[in-house]
Design a protein around this ligand. Structure first.
Ligand code: SF4
Length: 223
C-alpha cells in the first residue's frame, strides 16, 4: 500500500480508490505518465492487468476473519482466478461472488456465478466435512437485475475451479458470439442441460462444442 501510495503521489492526483468489485484505482494519471505508473506498480510486485475473471471476483472476509464463514472465501477466490487464468481467455465481463454464509456480504445471489459457503460432508451421512459451496448461476444487477438460480449444492472447494472452467468453456463454445453474456447463456439452456454440460470432462465438452473449428483448422493447414 505504501508503494501504491507513492505511485499515486508521483504519477497521479494522489488518490487511491477502492471499488465495489474490490479493485483499486490510481486516479488522475496523465496519458504521458501511464507507462511510468505501470512500471512502478509492477515494481511493487503487483500487476495493473487483470483478466475478466480476476477483475470481477468479489469475496467476503471469509473464515480468515469472520466466525460465521463456512469457507476461506478469499483464498478460494484466488484459487479460482489462478486456475481459470491459465486455462481460458474470457472476452466478456464476468462476476463471481463468494460469500461465506447466508448473510451474503458478497451478494452471491447477484453474481453471474454465486458461491455460498457450506460445510460439505466427505461421505454421505459422515460427520467429517470439508469447506465447500452451494453454486448459483445467472444473477445480475441494474438493467440485468436477477436472482441467481441454485445450480449445485455441496461442492467441495477444491472442485469448484474445475466446475467453473467446464461451465465457462461450454458458454464460450455454445454462445453465438460475445454479445451473449454468461448471464443470458444461463437463462437459455435449461438447468438440466447445464448440469449435464458441467458433468462432462473438459476435453469432451471442447471436442463436442468445437468440432467445426477443429476441422477448419486442419483443412486450412498448409499442404
Ligand atoms: S457473508 Fe457471512 S462469513 Fe462473509 S463476512 Fe459476511 S457475515 Fe462473515
Amino acid at each position: 500500500m505504501r508503494g501504491l501510495a507513492d505511485v499515486a503521489e508521483r504519477c497521479g492526483d494522489g488518490d487511491l480508490r477502492l471499488t465495489v468489485w474490490q479493485n483499486l484505482l490510481v486516479s488522475g494519471i496523465p496519458a504521458a505518465r501511464v507507462a511510468e505508473a505501470q512500471a512502478a506498480v509492477e515494481a511493487t510486485g503487483l500487476d495493473w492487468r487483470a483478466s475478466n475473471v480476476r477483475a470481477g471476483l468479489v469475496a467476503c472476509t471469509g473464515n480468515a476473519g469472520c466466525r460465521f464463514s463456512a469457507s476461506d472465501t478469499k483464498g478460494h477466490a484466488r484459487d479460482i482466478a489462478d486456475h481459470l487464468d491459465g486455462r481460458l481467455a474470457l472476452d466478456t465481463p464476468l462476476n463471481i461472488h463468494l460469500t461465506g454464509c447466508h448473510h451474503s456480504c458478497a451478494q452471491h445471489y447477484i453474481g453471474d456465478i454465486g458461491l455460498l459457503g457450506a460445510k460439505v460432508a466427505t461421505e454421505p451421512d459422515s460427520d467429517e466435512t470439508v469447506e465447500g459451496y452451494h453454486v448459483y448461476l445467472g444473477g445480475g444487477y441494474a438493467q440485468n437485475a436477477s436472482i441467481g438460480r441454485e445450480f449445485r449444492r455441496d461442492v467441495p472447494a477444491e472442485q469448484v475451479p474445475a466446475l467453473i472452467e467446464r461451465l465457462l468453456k461450454a458458454y464460450l463454445a455454445e454462445r453465438p458470439g460475445p454479445t451473449e453474456t454468461f448471464q443470458h447463456f444461463t437463462e437459455r439452456p435449461d438447468l438440466g442441460r447445464l448440469q449435464s454440460l458441467a458433468e462432462e470432462k473438459v476435453p469432451d465438452v471442447v471436442a463436442r462444442c468445437f468440432p467445426r473449428t477443429r476441422r477448419s483448422r486442419r483443412s486450412s493447414a498448409p499442404g
